[in-house]
Structure formats: structure tokens, C-alpha cells
Design a protein. Structure first.
Length: 450
């Protein structure tokens, strides 16, 4: 069938006009990322894997097709998960800064990481800081606040992490050298979290950074030989069956020594532990290495994702830092970020990507020094934020104006996600919701206009 099509696009980001990022990047970086074969592969993968076909028919109350109906079709959200940690919600120094933070978050993201670091969550045994009004801890707002905010704004929350047992992030009262006692404490900890948040948080990092735990035992408590599969089985028992349970590990572990990480995951699969997602961190502090192509070039990271993809589990880029410090730092950050997000969005096995710290000055230790925020210290957009806004809200979002044919039908191919559709026939206008999902086929969807 054939429909008359008029396309339009719009974008909004704090009243700032969107503009291309002008960055003076090394020629080596430009050459690597502008490779014609790479660009074409990313373009084709986005077209194939991030879009779907839709057929819509407009009928009257008697079921008769209505030709020449006008349909304004606007994508409202993505099926792909674009995320960020939500660690400082409501914790900035002024009402204005908090408002800017929230506006910047909801403008870009549909996915939020909620902190469950045990040491800050339950510093006093038996008194977890779940509820609003709990004692203040910087970068650790009470989870109740964050989950409530996510649900109110249509954002999918992810819990991070059920079991991250590095000593520096654990309560002082937990057992350090008694695996049996720690197992009892851990089971109670997981059960309390699952009971309170399991219904509202569909995705969890179950175990974080298990490879460093095995390598640097002096920084971690003694947990017993079966800690990893036990943690997943316990999470699978406590959380709803539909919960997605991720293993998560570091940038170096996932990209440079991926065989070890791969073996851990295969081991879990062989033991029938319910791991159903692979988390891959992407904290980069050697920006010069990325720019000159010696660190994490696109060919290497694509090969990593392809290899992990063979395990049959969705991939999540879980923690992203790209430095914005130094001369021309903000512009260089933006150039790197835009290219990385194109690659991630085009990789079929990746289900979501999560920036780590939204604003400068709201991070942790080395992350703060790197100025790795998408916003500056005043919570105003940096060039990297504008680059992502242009991708997520304009280039990768569908906005169409169509006219139905003689059979009352229109067809289009759009990015996967939730849509609003406004149908007008003469003076009669009605609004509808429509979901274009990965699992959908171009079957007929009918809307009735009385």
C-alpha cells in the first residue's frame, strides 16, 4: 500500500538549539570511526534491529475504512534502554539544581540505576535506610524515593547491586572471615530488598565485580566457593520470575580479559543458575588512548560484544565514564561519546546502556576528577549531553505525519518504542497510544474514529 508521508522532527533541551559537536579530535580517531565499512554496518544494524514495521487502519463506528484521515505519529519513548545512575536525586544544594538534574534526566533517559550498596543502606544492623526520612548519606538517597520517582516518570529502575561484597562497601558489622555467618546475613539482606522492591524493580545486578573479588582477596570478605551461583539462585528464588538477573563486571575484565568473564558466565549456565543478562562496565580514564586508537578501538569492542552475544544473553553497558577534563575536554568527550553510542545502539545484542554520573561534582573519587558528567557542576548541558540529545530525541526517534489511503490504512517503519497517535478527520480528532515492539510483526492495528 502507499501512503502520503510528510516527516517532521523536533527536539527540546533546556531551550538550547541543537548543534553538531565541533571537536578538534586527532586524525587517527576520526579515521578509525569514519571508516566506511564501520559506518555502513552501524547504519544497517540500526535500521534492521532498532526499527519495526507498522500498519494502521482508521475506521468509523460501523467499521468502514476512512480515507484521507490525517495521522500525527510521535514516538514518546524507546524500547531500547538509555540510562544513567540516579544517585543524587534530591541531594543537590539548591532547588534549582535539583530541578535541572531531574529535567536533564527525564529528557534523555528511560532507565535508572538505583543504589543498594549494603554499607550505606544498612550501616546499623537491622535498620536499613529504605524509607524517605532515613539518615542522609551522599549519593545514597533512600531507595523508596528513587523508585517512586522512576515509576512516576515512566522510567525503568534497575537495582545495583544485591551482592557487592567488597569490604569498603560493606557494613562494619558483617562477617569478614566467617563465610557461613556472612551467608546468613546476605540471605536476610537479599530477602528484605526483594520483599520491598522486587515488584517494582524488574532488572538487578545480582553480583558486581566477582572477578576482582577472586583476584584481590584481601579487599573482600571470605564468602565460600559457591558464592556466585548461590547468589543467583537466591535472587531467583526471592525475586519475581520475570525479573532480569545480571552479572556485572569491570571494563578491563570485560574487554581485555574477557575469557575469564566468559568462563564465569558459562559456569553459571552449566549449573543452571538463573543469570539472564551480562553487564559490561565502560569506565575510561585514558582518553588519549581512546583518541589515538590504542585503547578500546571499535573493532575490539565490537568483537567483545559479538563473543559475549554467543552466550545467548542480552548485554548491558552498565557504567559509562568518559573524561571531560583538560584542554578542549568537553568537546573531546562529546566526540567519543557520540561514536560509542552509535556503536552500542547498532549492536544487536545490546539491550541498554547506562551513563554513570550525570553531573560533574556528583561522582565518586577518580570519577569526580575526570569531569565525566554530561552536565557541568551547575547541572547545565555539556556538548556530550547535546550530542546524546540529538541522537536519542531526534535522529533515533520517529515523528511522522501520514494520510490514510483508500482502505483507511497507513504504513510506516519506525524506531521501537511507545507512540502517541493523533487522528483527525475533518473537525473530529482523537488521540491513541500505540506500541511498536521488537516482538511485534507488521500486523494490522485498527483505531476507530466515531
Amino acid at each position: 500500500m502507499c501512503s502520503k508521508i510528510v516527516t517532521f522532527t523536533f527536539a527540546f533541551v533546556f531551550g538550547l538549539a541543537l548543534r553538531p559537536v565541533a571537536a578538534q579530535v586527532p586524525e587517527t580517531f576520526t579515521k578509525i570511526w569514519n571508516d566506511a565499512a564501520l559506518q555502513e554496518r552501524m547504519r544497517l544494524n540500526i535500521e534492521q534491529h532498532r526499527k519495526g514495521d507498522a500498519v494502521i487502519q482508521v475506521v468509523d463506528s460501523a467499521g468502514k475504512p476512512i480515507p484521507e484521515a490525517t495521522l500525527v505519529i510521535q514516538q514518546r519513548s524507546h524500547e531500547f534502554l538509555f540510562g544513567c545512575n540516579l544517585f543524587v536525586l534530591g541531594q543537590l544544594s539548591t532547588t534549582e539544581l535539583n530541578a535541572r538534574y531531574e529535567s536533564a534526566f527525564t529528557n534523555l533517559f528511560n532507565f535508572a540505576t538505583v543504589p543498594f550498596y549494603w554499607g550505606d543502606l544498612e550501616p546499623e544492623q537491622g535498620k536499613p535506610r529504605f524509607a524517605e526520612g532515613s539518615p542522609y548519606v551522599w549519593r545514597r538517597p533512600p531507595p523508596d524515593r528513587l523508585v517512586k520517582w522512576c515509576l512516576a516518570h515512566g522510567i525503568t529502575p534497575k537495582g545495583h547491586a544485591l551482592m557487592y561484597v567488597k569490604n569498603m562497601f560493606m557494613p562494619a558489622w558483617t562477617a569478614r572471615n566467617d563465610p557461613q555467618t556472612l551467608r546468613v546475613q546476605s540471605a536476610k539482606h537479599m530477602a528484605e530488598i526483594a520483599g520491598r522492591f522486587g515488584r517494582d524493580i524488574p532488572i538487578w545486578d545480582v553480583v558486581n565485580e566477582d572477578i576482582p573479588r577472586r583476584r584481590d582477596t584481601n579487599q573482600w570478605p571470605a564468602v565460600g566457593a559457591d558464592f556466585l551461583p548461590w547468589s543467583f539462585r537466591e535472587a531467583g528464588r526471592l525475586l519475581p520470575k520475570q525479573a532480569r538477573l545480571l552479572i556485572n563486571d569491570g571494563t578491563h575484565e570485560a574487554h581485555d580479559t574477557l575469557g575469564v568473564y566468559e568462563a564465569l558466565i558459562k559456569g553459571l549456565q552449566q549449573e543452571d543458575a538463573p543469570v539472564n543478562g551480562i553487564g559490561i562496565q565502560f569506565h575510561v580514564y585514558n582518553r588519549a588512548g581512546v583518541l589515538n586508537g590504542k585503547s578500546l578501538p571499535p573493532a575490539q569492542i565490537s568483537a567483545v560484544y559479538e563473543r559475549f552475544g554467543k552466550l545467548g544473553l542480552p548485554l548491558y553497558i552498565t557504567e559509562i565514564t568518559v573524561p571531560g577534563n583538560g584542554d578542549n575536554g568537553a568537546e573531546l568527550q562529546a566526540a567519543i561519546v557520540e561514536n560509542l553510542y552509535r556503536l552500542w545502539f547498532s549492536t544487536p545484542g545490546i539491550a541498554g546502556v547506562t551513563w554513570w554520573n550525570l553531573g560533574d561534582g556528583a561522582a565518586f573519587q577518580e570519577e569526580n576528577k575526570a569531569l565525566g558528567g554530561l552536565l557541568d557542576k551547575d547541572m547545565k548541558p555539556k556538548p556530550a549531553y547535546l550530542a546524546l540529545d540529538r541522537l536519542i530525541n531526534t535522529e533515533w526517534k520517529t515523528a511522522l505525519k501520514l494520510e490514510s489511503d483508500a482502505a483507511g490504512k497507513v504504513s510506516f517503519r519506525g524506531f521501537l518504542g511507545k507512540y502517541s497517535i493523533r487522528i483527525t478527520v475533518g473537525a473530529n480528532t482523537r488521540d491513541y497510544a500505540f506500541n511498536l515492539s521488537r516482538s511485534s510483526v507488521p500486523s494490522l492495528t485498527t483505531f476507530q474514529l466515531d
